[in-house]
Write a new protein. Structure first.
Length: 505
């Protein structure tokens, strides 16, 4: 129906909000439009027209939808918000673009690989989504629509709704970032489509400050986006919905081993009840973590795959959340920054005469590093110096990111640095509540000794060079704030968005 009264942008926004809430709850319950219509006693065409904004929803429709979807009043409240702001009559509103399809150009997408990973550090969950997209249409694609939805209590919608009304999901806490191209070649700008308490829709734009890079017909590209949600807002489930033709879908959970997780998977569709995955979930243990992986080929459209879990040591989650990062590290035996031992050069080994002493110190470092890695995930790798453990000897180790290798350093000293430098945020186990921007060389030559006394020179680059430089500084009594610019200040870890992620080069 076309109105003589022109609706304002606020009117349309509230209608969009109701539609978004309807879609969200239909998606949560895994119902097709037909199934929802049958449950409500409405025709499918009417439900479809409401969702596409060609029909305005009535009070009775909102009530029936709320009951059919067990939304605990969320749809009725969204309808009241809409009703309070709409004009006496409302015009036809054009539907929002569908997932992954830019209706302004008529282009469409295929997904070669949809890879989703979720990491939990005891305080927050970080989701990282990677998709390889193929433009199978005839026009350039300039944007891609994503959804971010949370449900802390999936079996108690009223409790979930109350939680998010009191403490809504915010853009600041999400720290949403997106990139285009292999290896995060280009950042992507994004704009919000819908912003609800527990549900966001976002357009990822194939554009940034440097220009536009549309996905042309026949082309393919990887996109990646990541966001974080505090544990108290995230329920014990991680779901992927197949909304575009997809060749391969893979999911991964990365959970602390000390919480003793149990993980299982469920597969649902718009018409079928939940069933266990047809293939087993792979589990492996790695540095105090349990990694659960699962994949499927050619998943059917509208299928939903959900990993769920339970922590048998759930009480430890609350203990971990209650502690500050510095308190956690101190409890694990790491000296904190006020200790005098951290501010003077460590005593070198006389090798090979003190080889047995050096071997014992390296063993202590490895044991402590394993203990620390069980309490925190180090996406950038980590390092540990002997004086941080109260041992006044010139030994350190470095664990590079994504590698099983351990770099051991005895009596190290930097003898040459490269011309190029960069500035990245660093953290330190001895004051782990903050992060600071530190300038470091991109390459450095380090002289160090073997247990035999033989001297070696090793060249390190990029992130590993930064880790090594940080630990060598420790052994010389230097903490990273002394390397920061005079006008730079450390930031609280809560404001730092790179936790669990590697540095970018």
């Amino acid at each position: 129906m076309v109105s003589d009264d022109e609706p304002t942008s606020e009117d349309v926004a509230h209608l969009d909000a109701f539609i978004a809430e309807l879609r969200r709850w239909r998606d949560v319950r895994g119902l097709s439009r037909t199934a929802l219509a049958n449950a409500m006693g409405y025709s499918r065409s009417y439900v479809s027209k409401v969702e596409s904004a060609h029909e305005r929803p009535s009070r009775e429709f909102a009530k029936a939808a709320d009951e059919a979807l067990r939304a605990a009043g969320a749809l009725r409240r969204a309808w009241r918000d809409y009703d309070n702001h709409r004009p006496a009559a409302i015009r036809l509103v054009q539907p929002s673009p569908e997932f992954g399809v830019d209706t302004a150009t008529g282009s469409s997408l295929l997904v070669e690989h949809d890879d989703a990973a979720l990491h939990f550090d005891g305080r927050s969950y970080r989701a990282t989504m990677r998709r390889k997209l193929v433009n199978s249409g005839t026009e350039p694609i300039t944007r891609y629509l994503i959804r971010i939805a949370v449900d802390r209590y999936p079996d108690n919608p009223e409790q979930s709704n109350r939680l998010y009304r009191d403490d809504p999901l915010t853009w600041d806490e999400l720290e949403l970032s997106a990139w285009w191209g292999e290896g995060r070649a280009e950042p992507m700008h994004w704009v919000a489509q819908h912003d609800r308490d527990a549900f966001k829709e976002v357009w990822l734009l194939f554009a940034n400050d440097s220009g536009h890079f549309p996905l042309y017909p026949g082309q393919s590209t990887w996109i990646e986006y990541t966001y974080a949600v505090r544990a108290e807002k995230w329920g014990p489930w991680f779901r992927r919905a197949v909304r575009l033709p997809t060749k391969r879908l893979s999911m991964r959970l990365d959970l602390p081993a000390e919480l003793e997780p149990t993980v299982w998977g469920l597969h649902t569709s718009m018409t079928a009840e939940a069933m266990p995955f047809r293939t087993a979930i792979d589990e492996r243990r790695e540095r105090g973590r349990r990694i659960y992986s699962w994949a499927t080929e050619d998943p059917p459209l509208h299928a939903r795959y959900r990993l769920e879990w339970h922590f048998r040591a759930a009480a430890k989650v609350e203990e971990v959340r209650a502690q500050r990062p510095s308190e956690v590290m101190q409890a694990l035996g790491v000296l904190q920054r006020d200790d005098p031992l951290l501010h003077r050069p460590a005593r070198p080994f006389v090798l090979p005469d003190e080889a047995e002493d050096a071997r014992r110190v390296l063993h202590e470092l490895c044991t402590a590093a394993k203990r620390i890695c069980r309490a925190h995930t180090f996406g950038k790798g980590m390092g540990l110096a002997a004086n941080q453990l109260g041992i006044d000897r010139a030994a350190a180790l470095v664990l590079p990111p994504g590698s099983e290798d351990v770099i051991t350093l005895l009596n190290p000293r930097i003898i040459e640095i490269g011309d190029q430098t960069d500035e990245q945020y660093e953290g330190c186990l001895s004051f782990f509540d903050v992060r600071g921007l530190v300038t470091r060389p991109l390459a450095l030559h380090v002289e160090h000794q073997e247990l035999s006394g033989a001297r070696r020179i090793t060249i390190f680059s990029h992130g590993v060079a930064r880790l090594v430089a940080h630990e060598v500084d420790h052994l010389h009594g230097v903490l990273y704030p002394e390397r920061m610019r005079t006008d730079a200040e450390s930031i609280p870890v809560e404001e730092y968005s790179g936790t669990g992620m590697n540095w970018e080069y």
